[in-house]
Design a protein around this ligand. Structure first.
Ligand code: ZN
Length: 319
């Protein structure tokens, strides 16, 4: 059976790329999201992947660039549907949010066909995503510094919580943040439609980070073999899980220096960072409120009072 996604159309054993038209730009030109269909020769499940839901998060499209040329539809079981760049307008100007409506795309799911620019793109991509049996929404910690990790966003009481955790374990970044996400995330909306979904967060950088992209490539292939799209076995490895997430801001203005590295264990009371003046005079020392792991930090050293500095993953266990 032929599978069609926008202008891409592939029969069994075929791959095709094209565009999914979702509207017009300000000059009245139609614009489309880049899409790919990989239709396996053998029957199987359907996987949906998307990248650049946030316009400055490019590691996901780096993953797709490396994965897609390695896929052979003649040996694939099942179908893979891909939207390569979701946040079209934000991608054009290398910003996080869609400049047309100043919205974060991952707060707009499941979207509305007659809504704002972001809501319409969310609706169009949600339509495709919900044809699948599994969803990978490739993100990263924006331009901050962050661990390579996978987020499970449906919440612990959700009927698909275990399935999402299993998918996160199969992806296998090593770290999982298991915390109910805000409204409007694809990784929250799609499980409500019965589809296990994870939000791999592939580090954080400006542009591309090769180490994080490689983690993502391995993660996608781990999922493909674990769910029998391709031959091979995925050995499930124990994941370090954070069940909570604490954010720290700066008590005053100045320059931040961190006392802990990303991934380092933190004990309540440990110094996380210091703020100094331009002349090296100490202004403040900030300590951890809880035990955990240093998960994410700001990239630039300068901060104003109250500005975001870092996050600690808390309530750590493993599964
Ligand atoms: Zn994101």
């Amino acid at each position: 059976m032929t599978t069609t996604l926008g202008t891409a159309s592939a029969g069994p054993g075929e791959i095709d790329t094209g565009r999914l038209e979702v509207g017009e730009t300000r000059d009245g030109s139609p614009f489309g999201l880049p899409v790919a269909v990989i239709n396996g020769e053998q029957p199987g499940q359907t996987l949906y992947m998307q990248a650049v839901s946030d316009g400055d998060e490019l590691n996901g499209v780096g993953v797709l660039q490396r994965v897609v040329p390695q896929l052979d539809p003649t040996t694939l079981s099942g179908t893979i549907l891909i939207v390569g760049i979701v946040n079209y307008h934000a991608f054009q100007i290398a910003e996080h949010r869609n400049p047309i409506d100043d919205t974060k795309m991952n707060r707009a799911y499941p979207g509305t066909e007659t809504g704002t620019s972001s809501e319409r793109i969310a609706a169009a991509t949600f339509d495709i995503a919900t044809q699948a049996d599994l969803i990978l929404d490739l993100h990263q910690g924006s331009t901050s510094r962050m661990l390579d990790e996978v987020r499970v966003r449906c919440g612990k009481r959700h009927r698909l919580h275990d399935d999402c955790l299993e998918l996160a374990k199969a992806f296998g970044c090593g770290y999982v943040l298991d915390q109910k996400g805000p409204d409007g995330q694809l990784a929250r909306a799609a499980p409500d439609d019965g589809i296990p979904t994870i939000d791999p967060e592939l580090g954080g950088c400006v542009g591309w980070d090769e180490t994080s992209i490689q983690k993502g490539v391995e993660g996608v292939f781990n999922v493909l073999s674990y769910y029998d799209f391709i031959d091979g076995t995925t050995e499930l490895e124990r994941q370090t899980r954070a069940n909570g997430f604490e954010q720290y801001g700066s008590p005053n203005g100045g320059l931040v220096s961190f006392e802990k590295d990303l991934g380092e264990q933190v004990t309540s009371g440990d110094v996380l960072f210091e703020i100094t003046t331009p002349f090296g005079e100490p202004k403040a020392t900030v300590t951890a409120d809880s035990d955990g792991i240093l998960w994410r930090t700001r990239r630039l050293p300068q901060v104003a009072t109250g500005e975001y500095v870092c996050s600690v993953g808390t309530d750590i266990d493993s599964y």
